[in-house]
Design a protein around this ligand. Sequence first.
Ligand SMILES: [Zn+2]
Length: 79
Amino acid sequence: MLVIFGFKNSSRNLGLAQATCPRCGHRAAQRVDRRKRAFSVFFIPIVPLGSSYEATCTACGVSTGISRAQAEGILAAAY
Ligand SMILES: [Zn+2]
């Protein structure tokens, strides 16, 4: 029997928010993404292996790993 398994990475854009970039220091739009990783069988995610959050500065393009609380804080300030 053939079983196809592997890892699936997915990324979801959670939104844009104005924040000060830790790298370039400009107050610019930061794109907040959530990245999820899961063990998959037949390309279907079965076991979630956790998620991480990332903010990408639209001024300098640098992505910074942030915590979930930081991501929610950035997005909460946007609305
Ligand atoms: Zn920047």
